[in-house]
Design a binder for this molecule. Sequence first.
Ligand code: MTE
Ligand code: MO
Length: 424
Amino acid sequence: MKADDDDLLPVAGNGLLHRRLFLRGGAGLLGALALLEARPARADGPPDVPPWMKAPGEGMRPYGSRSRHEEHVSRLVGAMPGTTGAGSSRTPLEALEGIITPSALHFERHHAGVPDIDPARHKLLIHGLVERPLVFDVESLSRYPHVSRIRFLECSGNSAPNNAPEPPQQSAGALHGLVSCSEWTGVPLGLLLDETGVRPEARWVVAEGADAAAMSRSVPLQKAFDDALVALYQNGERLRPEQGYPMRLFLPGWEGNMSVKWLRRLKVTATPSMTKDETSKYTDLLPNGEALQFTFPMGVKSVITSPSGTMTMRGPGVYRVSGLAWSGAGRIRRVEVSADGGRTWAEAALDEPVLPKALCRFRIAWRWDGGPAVLQSRAIDETGAVQPTRSALLAERGPSYRYHYHAIQSWAVTPDGEVRNVYA
Ligand SMILES: Nc1nc2c(c(=O)[nH]1)N[C@H]1C(S)=C(S)[C@@H](COP(=O)(O)O)O[C@H]1N2
Ligand SMILES: [Mo]
């Protein structure tokens, strides 16, 4: 397929090109754009024989690891000073493609470190307002039906650095990397609750973890029966210790702190339990002095990961803009990209399949003319919710609200190619 002039005409200000360049069948058009900067092949024969073709390679390994040339790609670890094992590490979003986060790069948030749990001794008790209190272990859970779901997990503190008065000059991962996406496999929680026989007056269930923080959150019973999982596997293998080995609660689309790791107890109750993790923490201070509690779903959100903060562009030309969008309410319907700070927008191509409550990869071609530009992405989910601008979000919430920051991210490109975090 050859590009005709129409395909190369911008569809929005400052050089954004039509998304069909990135849809199926558009690959030939991309070639015509000379997007790929490959050098012309030498006409005089095959390439040189590199050293790794001159002797047999390494043997098999019982458990694989990545190329040693990729070891610079790592989580950004931030421990809280003066505490034991509290803090978080962030996924380097700008270094990854597609929608699945490799398990070794899944973000972490621990209140008291990662416990070393012997799966043979770990038990899950379900009790409270039930007919038959029951104890499950890994072995007994493995007999129940399992389901697999590709879903994101996001900490409600994600992107909080952008609450600061001045935009922090950090990478996409450092700012927004408290979100990851995995295939989670486990037993639907509703099945286990049915086994215990939930009493009619029950409305909530409080989940408790087997870490030194005994992290506990109250979950509406409706969510427990809707799409909650007791997850045992992550991306096909047993959960990583950091993600809750040997079992965690997983609540798709809801703030990460409710997906209690190292799950050891579920108590069915009539009212929320008002645990320390839902009173002293994870509430938001409103302008009138009241604290907002139980803000469960994560808002519709997106971020351009390439190009993004701290990167340098290699001069004018056509670029592949790529990013992630997600919503705790369901599927992403549409992502729009602007190269002129939000004055005009072009629709991005979404990678199939677009799954509910999962990361969604979007891409668009951008012809950078070398002038100043401000790149933004704006996600719209299937409920029609639109990702807000930073000023709209802050105006609505007031100065003390910290969690659930989901405003549009703006990346300024300077004429020398530097990509900077800006508040546009
Ligand atoms: N038992 C327990 N569960 C926990 C936590 C914890 O510290 N202890 N942290 C919570 C928070 S704040 C988040 S954002 C997610 C992080 O999950 P991850 O470390 O698998 O990314 O786990 C939640 N579940
Ligand atoms: Mo969190």
